[in-house]
Unconditional design. Structure first.
Lengths: 670, 634
């Protein structure tokens, strides 16, 4: 027994030793592997990845960041061929801060009759693209890629920037072995955080290493009228702070629909420069805490100073506010003025691009140009307005105090009892109606004195769609009547955005699309451009074959062509939450007039379904009054996020709702 | 002196009214209202001048004034210019005017964005584009774009589209070629008669007040009904290579001699390998199949566009060494191998895409966007898509089928038509056995087989992850609310080009309870759910580009405690568009047999027929949704 255990141990040890991760030492076993035994669906696996980020002092340049990457990837099948092409984006903004990719070496390995064949990547597989004025892209694609091959490459990115990109521990394919080492000089103090929303949590080790910089200086001295040049060398010792991870068998990141942003759930190390501390110099704090981050941003000339400039607009604002005393009216006038005066150039950012005065003059600016200008004007009018730093959904949720955690800025107008959020970059935005990308959890409000606080961004007020549907049933199985819809808040925003450039015919076509024998006439839509009012839409319709005649009885869905036809939630389980962005309240009021000579045989029952007590509620009320039927059907979703643990229950709730919404009324002849 | 003065005077007189005219065009409110209908942008003026100076030199001058009415029209300003090393952009300038016609911004050449012109599917290309990145401050606004470009490549002589595309009207557009090269220029115009286009000479045209066209579903491709002019030099230059083009024969010969022939040398080892692999194959077709599969296993598709206009293939030996190439490289590599073993084959230039687009058989010029390989087979041809590593041998449905293509033979170019996939060939069959219980729950085993174009629509799913496959089928049968797919297996028979899917599914409450009855829809697994859109005033003709046949048969077992209260009437419709048959019969005891056949033919129809086609579809939708009522026997 003892012997057996020993032998097993030996075998395991043997396997562990047989993997050699040195570049070029690809084994036959790796080439023979047909699928990943732990993740059989994987099209490829990172067999080994080593990444080391370190800083080298170069005299005359300072610290240079070196990001060394070595990777060995197994490709199982044709779907995995994409991993044989690699794109590396390099910053190319200015000559002194440009990044470069060096030392690229790459080999493809194939097994041919028991022999390992190597194909080196040559010049003709490497491409340098000047992508645009700030970025270039190094691209390479590996030679001789076949099912089962292994590829290996290494390169170093050198950069004079002190910012460090997120270090990713997880990819869309599994990683068998990952070695990460981050070495930063003591003068640059970085803060590191693991993404707490990831389901895979790596173990990190912290340590210190001694380093030495050697400076060489030339000095020219003159003694007794004889000049001579002497070479001096001096050294300075310093410490590197080291973060290391040695990981194995990392599961792939799962993809899913209706996810706000997949990288929010990726295992990664977020690295942010917290302070710069050269010996003998004062410490430059950048991001030790949220207060500090906010203050740092506030002190940028492209932020705080922009709020204080007034000279470029004061006479114009004075003119439009002449005779206005009501603060709310003042706010509305300024908001609309900024919207009409300056248009968004589709660039994000919390710092100004053109600068507020230029943006005002040219009528174009980025998010900060527009919303800092708005804040400044509101303040000028005596209102309590402050900028709010926001991270858009694609930028991820701001979890730790970092400056890159934010990428957007809006304005909060504080009144006596509440704060109203404003964003003047969008044509159809209004008070508390912002582009949905900005509604990401919490924003950081910065007051005039530099103090700051969190402010909630997720809307509290429901966005409604109210529908009144009148139906007159006819004995030829058709129905006709009138529909009136009203959309408020975000539902109105959505309708305005979608139909902005549609004419009446196109709106009718989009309503009729996929609805069978529906013909719409007398279509009207109101308040498309008046964002202070709900959007209302009304039309007459004729709907042929609204009822089905089966064996002399007529079957009918009360919601007619407005009934949903499928449950959008089809997955059995979810890994990430469903994001609804804003609370929803939908209500249908339906009045049906029965055809002559028919009476009710079966009427659907009234019901009420709830999800998580009051997070979601569906009610269905059916009433009969002579030859008139009345239905009131409503859905309220009060929570904007459905958690994975609640998903199964939520799917069921939705399914029952759809069954009810499509339930039939049965009519019989009298 | 006198002449010079006169000239100057003439210039002043002539140019003054022109300037006044332009100023009027910069104002948005001067647009006639019919030009605004269905338009997001209006081309107020466009003057295109092409000055051909020699076979390898031309100057393109363009001045356009575009008024943009709303944000959907922003891209219509057209202020961009592609370039490469054979292009010299001499002038590139934009001025922007507000609706009153005041100049509000001026953008010089240096202020244009300059980016690499790679599209999504291309890894690298040496062509670039300069484009205008402008944020409009208000609508409408007007853009004046002036450009002058010198080309040393004349292979792509700019043509003319008086109506640029959907939602765009043209107030005054002009096109003129000045030819001082002494080389003949060929012109072909299409659909000019249907529109008011003035012809001053073969090389000079003008059109006024062309109304905007709105897209309508099932309409044929835009260039099949919109006016279009193609121009081509009979002697041209493609990046330093001189070409001839009097007809397809000599153009094809030029391609063969100058672009393809010297790229086909294979390493000895590959030649030996191919010879030995095909040594025992009896027919040319068998040999071609071995070579095609050899290529599929050895290569992958990577698009790198450098060198002669993106028209010269990579060397076959490089494709062999690197194991990748684009459509030209992979096709040429396959060609080199087939040549090696003496199987006749032709490099083929074609327009690839879901929409059918032809190489113009009556007008030779640089056309096409894709390359495939043609293998003659008795009186017919076989078409090999070399960019796919998984396609069955000779399968070209949905992308290069049913269109005119240019084959390059050693004697020259020739236009031939690619394979047409017939209505009968594009078959989908579904057979199922269904068990229903008293609560309306179902369990079912389904087998579907697809062929022809439908093979291509079904086959791709097998490469997805299991989770995505199940999700896909839940969406495919989205009308079954609580569908659960317990298993799905596939059999991809590439020799027969037949794809079989076998499912095991269940759905709770499939048959809806209404009072004490169950409502059952006997067409469970192949429903036409939507009919084409209604147009109150359809303007465009319509086209069904590929026919198909669906044949379904379902055996439904109902519980013995239930009986059928009402059965559906059999239905049979036949018209010029297709056929539809559906029936439900009761066999022994508790078995119902549902049979369905749905056929749509390929065809082109005038707009008046559209409503009839829609009515036919609505009829099918209705019958596919037919229900029967089951009630308790007791």
């Amino acid at each position: 027994m003892k012997k057996l255990v020993f032998i097993t141990f030996l075998c395991i040890a043997q396997i562990a030793i047989s993997q050699n991760y040195k570049f070029g030492k690809v084994s036959e076993e790796e080439l023979l592997e047909k699928t990943n035994p732990d993740y059989p669906e994987a099209n490829a696996t990172v067999l080994y990845k080593k990444q080391q980020i370190s800083f080298e002092y170069i005299q005359g340049k300072g610290f240079i960041q070196k990001n060394e990457i070595q990777e060995r990837i197994k490709i199982y099948n044709k779907e995995g061929f994409d991993y044989a092409t690699r794109l590396v984006r390099l910053y190319d903004g200015s000559s002194s801060y440009g990044e470069s990719l060096n030392g690229l070496k790459a080999v493809t390995y194939n097994l041919d009759g028991g022999k390992i064949i190597e194909d080196k990547l040559k010049k003709d597989g490497i491409f340098e693209e000047e992508t645009n004025k700030n970025w270039k892209t190094s691209k390479f694609t590996m030679p001789n890629i076949k099912e089962g091959c292994v590829i290996e490459f290494e390169y170093t990115i050198e950069s004079q920037l002190s910012g460090i990109d997120d270090i990713e521990f997880q990819e869309l394919i599994p990683i068998r072995k990952l070695e990460i080492k981050l070495k930063t000089p003591e003068y640059y103090v970085y803060k590191t955080f693991l993404n707490p929303r990831a389901s895979y949590i790596p173990v990190l080790n912290n340590s210190k290493e001694n380093r030495t910089i050697t400076f060489s200086n030339k000095e020219r001295t003159t003694t007794n009228r004889v000049s001579s040049t002497q070479n001096y060398t001096s050294t300075r010792d310093y410490i590197d702070n080291v973060v290391e991870a040695n990981l194995s068998n990392i599961p792939p990141l799962k993809t899913e629909s209706y996810v706000d942003n997949l990288s929010n759930y990726q295992a990664k190390l977020i690295v942010e420069l917290e302070r710069i501390q050269y010996p003998g110099e004062s410490i430059e704090y950048l991001s030790t805490s949220w207060e500090k981050v906010t203050k740092t941003i506030y002190d940028y000339p492209e932020f705080g100073d922009q709020l204080n400039k007034k000279g470029y607009y004061n006479s114009d604002v004075d003119a439009i506010l002449t005779g206005i005393t009501d603060p709310q009216q003042k706010a509305a006038i300024i908001f609309n003025y900024v919207k009409s005066k300056v248009k968004w150039n589709e660039y994000h950012g919390y710092t100004t691009d053109a600068g507020v005065s230029k943006a005002y003059k040219e009528g174009v600016g980025n998010v900060a140009d527009i919303n800092l200008m708005l804040t400044s004007m509101l303040r000028y009018a005596g209102l309590n307005a402050n900028p709010v730093l926001v991270s858009t959904k694609s930028n991820g949720i701001p979890l730790i105090p970092t400056r890159t955690g934010f990428n957007y800025v809006i304005c909060a107008l504080e009144t006596s009892d509440s704060a109203i959020l404003l964003d003047a970059t969008q044509k159809f935005s209004t008070a508390d109606i912002l582009p949905t990308k900005a509604l990401n959890w919490l924003g950081r409000l910065i007051r005039q004195d530099g103090s700051s606080d969190w402010i909630e961004l997720i809307p509290k007020i429901s966005s409604r769609e109210s529908v009144s549907l009148n139906i007159k049933l006819n004995s030829d199985l058709s129905a006709n009547g009138k529909v009136r819809n009203q959309f408020t808040n975000y539902q109105a925003f959505r309708v305005r955005d979608r139909f902005e450039n549609y004419n009446t015919d196109e709106m009718i076509e989009s309503l009729e699309k996929g609805k069978g024998e529906l013909e719409i006439s007398n279509f009207e839509i109101e308040n498309m451009n008046d964002v202070s009012q709900p959007v209302t839409q009304s039309y007459d319709y004729v709907f042929n074959n609204a009822m089905e005649d089966i064996g002399g009885k007529l079957y009918l869905t009360p919601m007619l062509f407005l009934a949903p036809d499928e449950n959008p939630f089809k997955e059995n389980v979810r890994n990430y939450p469903i994001d609804y962005v804003y609370p929803i309240a939908d209500k249908y009021m339906i009045n049906i007039m029965l055809p002559d000579g028919y009476a009710i045989e079966t009427m659907p029952e009234s019901v009420k379904y709830q999800f998580n007590i009051s997070d979601g509620e569906f009610t269905y009320l059916a009433r009969q009054n002579g030859n008139m039927l009345q239905f009131t059907i409503s859905l309220d979703l009060n929570k904007t996020l459905v958690l994975p643990s609640d998903y199964e229950q939520y799917k069921k709730f939705y399914q029952l709702m759809i069954e009810k919404q499509t339930e039939k009324v049965v009519l019989k002849k009298i | 002196m006198r002449t010079r003065f006169l000239l100057l005077l003439w210039f002043v007189i002539v140019s003054l009214p022109v300037m006044a005219q332009d100023e009027k065009l910069f104002q948005s409110y001067t647009i006639p209202s019919d030009l605004k209908e269905n338009a997001n942008a209006i081309i107020r003026l466009e003057d295109t001048h092409i000055d051909v100076k020699a076979y390898n030199k031309m100057v393109y001058t363009n001045k356009r004034i575009v008024t943009i009415l709303n944000s959907s029209g922003d891209s219509k300003h057209g202020a961009y210019m592609g370039y490469d090393k054979n292009t010299n952009i001499k002038k590139l300038e934009v001025k922007i005017y507000n609706s009153r016609g005041d100049e509000i911004k001026k953008i010089k050449k240096g202020d244009f964005e300059d980016v690499s012109a790679v599209d999504g599917g291309t890894l690298y290309s040496d062509s670039r584009v300069k484009y205008l990145n402008y944020t409009p401050t208000d609508y409408p606004y007007t853009v004046l774009f002036e450009t002058e470009v010198e080309y040393t490549s004349t292979a792509f002589l700019p043509g003319w589209r008086p109506i640029e595309g959907f939602y765009t009207s043209s107030q005054n557009v002009n096109y003129k070629i000045i030819n001082n090269s002494g080389i003949e220029i060929k012109i072909k115009t299409s659909n000019f008669d249907e529109y008011q286009i003035e012809k001053y000479s073969d090389f000079h045209y003008s059109a006024k007040n062309l109304l905007a066209i709105k897209p309508e579903s099932y309409s044929p491709p835009f260039n099949s009904f919109a006016p279009d002019l193609k121009a081509s030099l009979t002697e041209f230059d493609m990046e330093g290579v001189k070409g001839v083009n009097n007809n397809w024969a000599d153009f094809g010969k030029w391609m063969n001699d100058k672009l393809i022939r010297d790229t086909q040398i294979l390493p000895q080892q590959v030649r030996d390998e191919i010879r030995s692999l095909t040594a025992n194959a009896k027919t040319n077709l068998e040999k071609a199949k071995i070579v095609y599969e050899y290529m599929q296993n050895k290569t992958r598709y990577i698009s790198v566009q450098v060198g002669i206009g993106g028209w010269k293939p990579m060397l076959a030996s490089d494709v062999d060494r690197l194991g990748y190439g684009d459509c030209k490289g992979l096709t040429n590599y396959t060609k080199a191998m087939l040549d090696e073993i003496g199987v006749e084959n032709f490099y083929t230039v074609i327009y690839g895409g879901r929409d059918v687009r032809h190489i113009d058989d009556s007008f030779s010029s640089v056309q096409g966007n894709h390359v495939i390989l043609c293998v003659p087979n008795e009186s017919d041809y076989l078409w090999l898509e070399c960019t796919s590593q998984t396609s069955p041998f000779g399968y070209n449905a949905n992308f290069t089928d049913d269109r005119d293509a240019l084959i390059i033979t050693p004697e020259g170019g020739k236009i031939v038509h690619t394979k047409v996939y017939s209505t009968e060939e594009n078959l989908l069959t579904s057979n199922a056995v269904i068990v229903l219980d008293e609560q309306g729950n179902i369990k079912a085993d389904i087998i579907t087989k697809s062929y022809g174009t439908q093979y291509g629509q079904h086959e791709g799913i097998q490469n997805q992850t299991e989770k995505d496959q199940k999700l896909y089928f839940k969406k495919y049968w989205s009308y079954i609310n609580a569908l659960d797919i317990s298993s799905v297996t596939y059999n991809n028979d590439k020799d027969k080009i037949e794809f079989t899917e076998t499912f095991n599914v269940a759905a709770e409450r499939y048959a809806a309870k209404t009072g004490d009855r169950l409502l059952l829809q006997p067409n469970l697994f192949n429903r036409l759910e939507n009919a084409p859109n209604r147009y109150s005033n359809r303007k465009l003709p319509f086209e069904i580009d590929r026919g198909f046949t669906d044949i379904d048969s379902y055996e439904i077992n109902i519980p013995s405690s239930l009986e059928v209260e009402a059965l559906m009437e059999p239905i049979s419709i036949k018209n010029k568009f297709g056929e539809y048959e559906a029936s439900l019969t009761k066999t022994d005891g508790n078995k119902l047999i549902y049979k369905r056949k749905f056929i749509i033919h390929k065809g082109n129809y005038p707009k008046e027929e559209y409503e009839n086609y829609r009515a036919f579809n609505l009829e099918v939708v209705k019958h596919d949704k037919s229900k029967i009522v089951l009630k308790s026997k007791s």
